[in-house]
Design a protein around this ligand. Structure first.
Ligand code: PLP
Length: 402
């Protein structure tokens, strides 16, 4: 097993899949036109772009391809959904509801909107990292224009009750005079679930949904926002008339083609792959809890996506554990990649009321296509020793033993 490399950070990003790579190639070689050009090069590119939009819309069960806006990332999709809906509906109200465990792409956008005069309610989660739909219901007021709750959390993997929340919003909207543009809009950040769980927009009952290609074996720098017809948003990037005036900038046709192919590929083998990952995750968690004392699984009894396991190793620093594991060829992370490097305890674990001192010892293992049982065996072989050594030099462990 010497020299083994084990990638357990699929929630940070995934390797580009072969199918997606093949789908991108023609657009990096021969079909290079600008989809806005009127000559044949442009028209060829445009045809492929609209083909991709149609296929992507079908994968999400959208009613029309026009409901798909291609963007540059999951972060941009979240920004467009939140700022776009907030600014476009200011005449209806200024109140937004979100949760305390959202990705920073949503949380920091909400903080920005607060500075612009919007009021944001951050609903709590329970100890397992799940939002209670009744808390969303209670937070709704007549000024509420938007609710944004993630489909599954990127640090602990907890799946949120999106359908129940959608039903609550829909019932509230029936009591309002909604005019031409609907009442409260419902956005979900599905960046961690696309390709892992069904993301059928009719089933979920959402008006806006963010996706990001590099989380499901597609290329980096491409994302999408689903926008139900009639949902009033305004652009956040100004320029040309691309994407029906909602996202200016020449379309990345290679990236978009790769994203569509990657989602199609992930969705086609989804159930089988999620079952496989679930079994690997169980083996990993069981093995760690059995072999290493003072460990626990964050969000253990919640509904979680198959690939994410967030483990608390008491009396050590998560960062040191990540570095030590890396030296043995194992890649994982402390919480979200965007927040790593920060000395602040994870806002997600904080919201779950995990003791902040203990939360420093949390590690996220995220499994994916690249992993096999042998990888888990290897982790379970090297991890106990690494943890024991780190505890020996940890002041937290010394204090505990005194
Ligand atoms: N939302 C969630 C839940 C995420 O996990 C991430 C990335 O980790 C993002 C948004 C941001 O996506 P991107 O990296 O495409 O900007």
């Amino acid at each position: 097993m010497q020299g083994r490399k084990v990638y357990l950070d699929h929630s940070a990003t995934t390797q580009l899949g072969k199918e997606a790579y093949d789908a991108m190639k023609p657009f990096m070689e021969d079909v290079f036109g600008n989809a806005s050009s009127i000559h044949s090069y442009g028209q060829e590119a445009k045809k492929h772009l609209e083909n991709s939009r149609e296929n992507f819309a079908k994968l999400l069960n959208a009613e029309s391809p026009e409901e798909i806006i291609f963007t540059g990332s999951g972060t941009e999709s979240d920004n467009l959904a939140l700022k776009g809906a907030a600014f476009a509906n200011r005449d209806k109200g200024n109140h937004i509801i979100t949760s305390s465990i959202e990705h920073h792409a949503v949380l920091n956008t909400c903080q920005y909107l607060e500075k612009q005069g919007f009021e944001v309610t951050y609903v709590p989660v329970d100890g397992n990292g799940t939002v209670n739909p009744q808390d969303v219901r209670k937070a709704i007021k007549k000024e509420t224009i938007l609710v944004s709750i993630m489909h599954a959390n990127n640090e602990v993997g907890t799946i949120q009750p999106i359908k129940e929340i959608a039903r609550i919003i829909s019932a509230e909207n029936q009591t309002r005079f909604t005019g031409a543009f609907g009442g409260i809009y419902f956005h979900t950040d599905a960046v961690q679930t696309a390709g892992k769980l069904p993301v059928d927009v009719q089933e979920l009952g959402v008006d806006l949904m963010s996706l990001s290609a590099h989380k499901f074996y597609g290329p980096k720098g491409v994302g999408a926002l689903y926008r139900r017809s009639g949902t009033r948003i305004q652009p956040i990037i100004h320029g040309g008339h691309h994407e029906r005036n909602l996202r200016a900038g020449t379309e990345n046709i290679a990236g978009i083609s790769g994203m569509v192919k990657a989602l199609e590929t992930s969705m086609s083998g989804m159930e089988k792959e999620q079952k496989r990952l679930s079994a690997l995750k169980e083996k990993l968690e069981k093995g760690i809890l059995e072999k290493i004392p003072y460990t626990s699984v964050n969000g253990a009894s919640a509904k979680r996506i198959a690939g994410i396991s967030n483990i608390l190793f008491q009396f050590i620093e998560g960062e040191s554990l990540v570095v030590s594991l890396d030296m043995r060829g194992i890649a994982c992370s402390t919480g979200s990649a965007c927040a790593s490097g920060s000395t602040e305890p994870s806002h997600v674990l904080k919201a779950m009321c995990v003791d902040p001192a203990l939360a420093q010892g949390a590690i996220r293992f995220s499994l994916g296509k690249a992993n096999s049982e042998k990888d888990i065996d290897y982790v379970l072989k090297v991890l106990p020793d690494i943890v024991a050594k780190l505890r020996e030099i940890s002041p937290l462990w010394k204090t505990k033993r005194q």
